[in-house]
Every structure is written in structure tokens, then in C-alpha cells.
Design a protein around this ligand. Structure first.
Ligand code: BG6
Length: 482
């Protein structure tokens, strides 16, 4: 592993993302020894004029550790690593000051032979990415002759459609090379998402079955049991497709559908993901159901006549040898009856089924990303007893039971560590992003133009009934049991 001074700079340090995700993830890494105090310094940067201690107090409450024997001591020590610099996002002065602070830190750790690693985490709205990147490029790059690097981490939304995303990519691409840019999709840091390649390519069970001959349909589902709670202003501009489906669920689809990569090298994996995205056919209007929960427009930051969907079910079809004819039902919604993210791979009916009259349901393989990570296979077995009847049961791998005492890392924690290590496997490459926008842009434009309207649904429901009808039409058979 590389050594030398590591400066982690969180831009937008007083914002929500930084407080709720970035700093807690850094804290977890610190508690596990990944951020040794003799090498690491953390800088918060934002416009607000506050002191180091004020920033520390703002984030203290979000730092909770279940992995430390003396959490409060750890919190205090961790907070001491953080320094705050205030400045604008487009002026030289703030960034010069930031650079000076980083350089002082590097100098004070001169035992580290002067090499310098600088990680800029943009916990900021994308509208300021170009100016911030420009300032970093101009004033804050690693200048050490003795090695090191400068990397930037950016978070969605990367644009609003193909054109704006490409524009943003070009602006950042002129300033940084692709290996320096880490586009986070935090779903790629989830344990069961990372497990997908292992499951698919390290198990003989799945290899011969994972195709159109055996699989009838695939559902990738995200549900939340709360609404846009205080984020209505942001959300209304984007909607559920841009917020969840075009990125998080599509990334999951790639890992479910891609061919086996040549190796685990990041470029090999991302090459295969791009191929899947490029094979997705244009979305048909009659394979889309949009919804908006009742009460969504009561949020004062949401326009009274908002047409923004808070629910969407969209069928994607992959035009290749493996998946022709298999619908991928992508479903996401806010203010529904439960909080859950899962992949459901439903197999075709058994041909020549001699148990027909007692049939309970299809084979289904379910991967539950959250909550309570699990995977289970629904299968038909003989009902124990004297009668020859069948029942649907499960082969169940529940992580909580199977891996007792093992803490599953948070997605952000894992992804930030990857960034420090320089591993881009779980980050979105520029061409992937482009291909993802190509799939959804025509549909998004139709929605934005008011050509497609969301159907109202009750908060706490399953969403519009039309979505269940669409899944059924695509071949999904509701099974019993779980
Ligand atoms: C974010 C979305 O990317 O993901 C939010 O902007 C959503 O709207 C969140 O709530 C869900 O993440 P998770 O990890 O809780 O499923």
C-alpha cells in the first residue's frame, strides 16, 4: 500500500451529505485503523464562516461506532484530525488558503518523505462541480516531486439528461484524467451488490441457468416507506427515475446481466457493464407506469402542479443472445408500504409438470440488498407427511444468522477506502454514465414535457395498481411464502 501524507478534503462540509454520510464513513475507517493519525489530515471546506470546533460540533452527533471499545474517546481523537477552511466555490482566495493549509499539514508530516496524496470529496450540488474542479486544478493539486496523487470524488446527479451529463463530463474531463475521477454510486458499495459477481461467476449452480432459456423475468425493486421529507425541492427537479432508477437500479441490472469479465480488473468489469447498457432497447411508453403519492405537492418547496413521478415502474429489454425476451422490471417508489431493495430472478415453469394441480409457484431466486441482507431460493418441495402434496419452501441464507458478529461495512466507507487505494472497480466510468443516460433520456424528456402523467397513489400503499398489472403482463407471477 502507498504511504505518505493523506489529506482528505470534504467540500460542502457543512451540508447534509457530508454530515450524514461522508464524515461518518471516514470515522468508521479511522476506527478500523485505515486513517492513521500520523499520516492523515481531514479538511472541511464550505462557504459558511465557522471555526474548527463549530464544524466538529456539527458532525459529532452523527459519529456512532459499533466497532470500537471506547467510542467517545475515538470520536474526540477523530474530530481532532479535522480542520475547517471557509471560502467560496469559485474564487481563488479560498482555494489558495486551502492549499496552504494542506501544504502545512504535509510539511508537518515531513517524516513521510514529502509524498502527497490529496483526495477531494465533492459533497456539493453538481452545479458547482465545474468551478470547484477548476479551482482545485489551478490551486490545490499535489505538487510533490516525490510521488502521490490528486483524486476527486463526485456524486450523482451527474446531469439531468444525456446532453447535460455529457457537458458536465467534458468540463471535468478537461481538468482531470479518468483515473483521477471517482463517480460514486453508493449502491455499488452495498455488500450484496458486491456479491453479485461472486454469486454468478463462482457458482456452478447459476452458470448454466442464467439466461433466457431458464429465466422468465427479473425484477429490481426499490421501495421506501417515507416521502421526500425535506428534500422536495431537490427531488422535484429530478424525480424517481433520475434519483434511483437511472443510477442505482441500472448499476444493479448491469451486474445481474453482464457477461463474465476477462478478469476482475476494473476496466474489464466496466467494459462488460457498458456492453449491457448499450444493448438495452428503447423504452416503450406502454411499458412504463408512473405514480405520484398523494400529499407530495403539499411540500412548500414542490410546485402545486408538479408532474414529477415519485414512483416508476419501467421495463427494460436487453437485446442480446443471453437476454432476448426477458423483461427486466425496474421499480422504485417513495412513500410506499415498506423499505426494501431486492432483486427477484424468476425462473420459467417446469415443462411437463406432473404436480400441476398442486403447483404453488415458480422457482425464484431473491437477493435482498436491504434491510437485513439475505438471499433465498424459493423452491417446491414435498409437504412433509403422508400425502404426496407439494409446498413452496425456501433455501435461505440470511446474513444476520449466518454471519453473526460480522459487521457489514457501510457503502460509503467501502467506497472511500477504494478511492484511497485507487481501485475504480466500483465506480462509474464516463462511457457507462453516457450509456445510462442514453437509455432514459427520451422517456425523461417525455415526462418533463408533460406528455406522460403520474398516477396518484396513497402514501403507505404498494404504489399504483397499474404497476402490478404491468409486472403481471410482463410475466411475473406472484408467489407465496416470503
Ligand atoms: C439516494 C437518493 O441516492 O439514495 C435518495 O437520492 C434515497 O432519495 C437513497 O433515499 C437511498 O439509499 P439507501 O442506501 O438508503 O437505499
Amino acid at each position: 500500500p502507498e504511504t505518505g501524507c493523506l489529506s482528505i478534503i470534504v467540500l460542502g462540509a457543512s451540508g447534509d451529505l457530508a454530515k450524514k454520510k461522508t464524515f461518518p464513513a471516514l470515522f468508521h475507517l479511522y476506527c478500523q485503523g485505515f486513517l492513521p493519525p500520523e499520516e492523515v489530515h481531514i479538511f472541511g471546506y464550505a462557504r459558511t464562516k465557522i471555526s474548527d470546533d463549530e464544524l466538529r460540533n456539527r458532525i459529532r452527533g452523527y459519529l456512532v461506532s459499533d466497532r470500537s471499545s471506547s467510542p467517545s474517546e475515538d470520536v474526540s481523537k477523530f474530530l481532532q484530525l479535522i480542520k475547517y477552511v471557509s471560502g467560496s466555490y469559485d474564487g481563488a482566495e479560498g482555494f489558495q488558503l486551502l492549499d496552504k493549509n494542506i501544504a502545512e499539514h504535509e510539511f508537518s508530516k515531513s517524516s513521510q518523505e514529502g509524498s502527497s496524496r490529496r483526495l477531494f470529496y465533492l459533497a456539493l450540488p453538481p452545479s458547482v462541480y465545474p468551478s470547484v474542479c477548476k479551482m482545485i486544478r489551478q490551486y490545490c493539486m499535489n505538487k510533490s516531486d516525490l510521488g502521490g496523487w490528486t483524486r476527486i470524488v463526485v456524486e450523482k446527479p451527474f446531469g439531468k439528461d444525456l446532453e447535460s451529463a455529457e457537458q458536465l463530463s467534458s468540463q471535468i474531463g478537461e481538468l482531470f484524467d479518468e483515473p483521477q475521477i471517482y463517480r460514486i454510486d453508493h449502491y455499488l458499495g452495498k455488500e450484496l451488490v458486491q456479491n453479485l459477481l461472486v454469486l454468478r461467476f463462482a457458482n456452478r449452480f447459476f452458470l448454466p441457468l442464467w439466461n433466457r432459456d431458464n429465466i422468465d423475468n427479473v425484477q429490481i425493486v426499490f421501495r421506501e416507506d417515507f416521502g421526500t421529507d425535506g428534500r422536495g425541492g431537490y427531488f422535484d427537479e429530478y424525480g424517481i427515475i433520475r434519483d434511483i432508477i437511472q443510477n442505482h437500479l441500472l448499476q444493479v441490472l448491469c451486474l445481474v446481466a453482464m457477461e463474465k469479465p476477462v478478469s476482475l480488473k476494473p476496466e474489464h468489469i466496466r467494459d462488460e457493464k457498458v456492453k449491457v447498457l448499450q444493448s438495452v432497447l428503447p423504452i416503450k411508453d406502454d411499458e412504463v407506469v408512473l405514480g405520484q403519492y398523494e400529499g407530495y405537492r403539499d411540500d412548500p418547496t414542490v410546485p402545486d402542479h408538479s408532474n414529477t413521478p415519485t414512483f416508476a415502474s419501467v421495463i427494460l429489454r436487453i437485446h442480446n443472445e443471453r437476454w432476448e425476451g426477458v423483461p427486466f422490471i425496474m421499480k422504485a417508489g417513495k412513500a410506499l408500504n415498506s423499505r426494501k431493495a431486492e432483486i427477484r430472478v424468476q425462473f420459467k415453469d417446469v415443462p411437463g409438470d406432473i404436480f400441476r394441480c398442486q403447483k404453488q409457484g415458480r422457482n425464484e431466486f431473491v437477493i435482498r440488498l436491504q434491510p437485513s441482507e439475505a438471499m433465498y431460493m424459493k423452491l417446491t418441495v414435498k409437504q412433509p407427511g403422508l400425502e404426496m402434496s407439494t409446498v413452496q419452501s425456501e433455501l435461505d441464507l440470511s446474513y444476520r444468522q449466518r454471519y453473526q458478529g460480522v459487521t457489514i461495512p457501510e457503502a460509503y466507507e467501502r467506497l472511500i477506502l477504494d478511492t484511497i487505494r485507487g481501485d475504480q472497480q466500483h465506480f462509474v466510468r464516463r462511457d457507462e454514465l453516457k450509456a445510462a443516460w442514453e437509455i432514459f433520456t427520451p422517456l425523461l424528456h417525455r415526462i418533463d414535457n408533460g406528455e406522460m402523467k403520474p398516477i396518484p397513489y396513497k402514501p403507505g400503499s404498494r404504489g399504483p395498481a397499474e404497476a402490478d398489472e404491468l409486472s403481471a403482463k410482463a410475466g411475473y407471477v406472484q408467489t407465496h411464502g416470503y
